[in-house]
Design a protein around this ligand. Structure first.
Ligand code: R5P
Length: 306
């Protein structure tokens, strides 16, 4: 049983969210040094002993995923060696989650490898937010607590959506997610049938569901290069949806590669994401960020012993 207050340790991936969580909890972030050597090796050092404490490591494994992942592993190792009572990794965005199976054959199941590395580093419990796929939970031999930003995002959408809207899943994989949004918003659902043709390229073949004359609310768990959102917008437009007033919402906004330019050309009216990943400069995009600091803090409070 932990003997002192929980220790919040933030990696370098999302200092803004870490500060927000600390403020919500009314506890300071622990002092830690995270340095990169000239060869890019990372060196982490805790300033104070975590002995006997319940440690929460806050770190999304967002781009660059390998650096942020290894930093998290090193922080867990330092905490374990320092005598932490229990180590929980709070990973608002879980990198490598899309590599959850061997789609073509001779590939790595990187998401499983990541789970094994985390457990080997001393992580004893994981808190995640809108995991890309349910399979990830089963890759862990330690408890995984799953949070969701869907209610927060749906609440934000509810205040701005027109009456004639339709929730659009941009691919079959997000169909269940779209149904959750649709239920909260009291709207119908349509599904775009997408095929990925490359890391940055997708094509959308057809749309199931009635979008004619309706304003699309395109939802997804994440936006990476923006190809999925772009293909979905054109697919529903081709099926008769309104081109004006398009709303897009996703929990994780990575906005990598051609994403900003791509989305800027699409005349999206509102683009809602959370702060699971830090949002850099996104010129010309109608971004509205919804903070998940409150739900992360509430979960830490719930999980803290004593
Ligand atoms: C895929 O299954 C995910 O749910 C997202 O649709 C996808 O990762 C988004 O990637 P991009 O923005 O690069 O199309």
């Amino acid at each position: 049983m932990a003997s002192r207050a929980p220790l919040l340790i933030a990696g370098s991936a999302n200092p803004g969210l870490a500060e927000g969580v600390a403020q919500e909890l009314g506890v300071p972030l622990a002092s830690v040094t995270v340095q990169r050597f000239p060869d890019r090796e990372v060196h982490v050092e805790l300033s104070n002993s975590p002995r006997g404490q319940e440690v929460f490591l806050l770190q999304p494994t967002s781009p660059p995923p390998d650096e942020h992942l290894f930093e998290l592993l090193a922080l867990a190792d330092a905490s374990r060696r320092g005598g932490a009572e229990r180590i929980t990794a709070v990973i608002p965005y879980f990198g490598y989650a899309r590599q959850d199976r061997r789609a073509r054959g001779l590939e790595a199941v990187a998401a499983r490898l990541v789970a094994d590395l985390m457990v080997a580093s001393g992580i004893q419990r994981v808190v995640t937010l809108d995991l890309h796929t349910d399979a990830i939970e089963g890759f862990f031999t330690v408890p995984v607590e799953r949070l969701s930003a869907v209610s927060l995002l749906a609440e934000a959408i509810q205040g701005i959506r027109p009456d004639n809207a339709v929730v659009v899943s941009p691919d079959l994989g997000a169909a269940k997610l779209a149904e959750r949004y649709a239920e909260l918003l009291g709207l119908p659902v349509a599904i775009v049938h997408k095929t990925r043709t490359g890391p940055e390229a997708v094509t959308a073949s057809r749309v199931t569901g009635d979008v004619r004359g309706r304003t699309p609310i395109i939802i997804d768990d994440m936006i990476s290069t923006g190809g999925t959102i772009e293909a979905a917008i054109w697919a529903v437009a081709g099926a008769g949806a309104e081109r004006e007033g398009v709303i897009v919402a996703a929990t994780h906004g990575l906005f990598v590669g051609p994403c900003v330019n791509r989305l800027r050309g699409l005349e999206i009216k509102r683009l809602l994401v959370t702060d699971s990943v830090p949002l850099g400069a996104l010129p010309g995009l109608p971004i509205e960020a919804v903070s998940v600091a409150g739900i992360v803090a509430a979960e830490i409070r719930r999980l803290t012993v004593g």
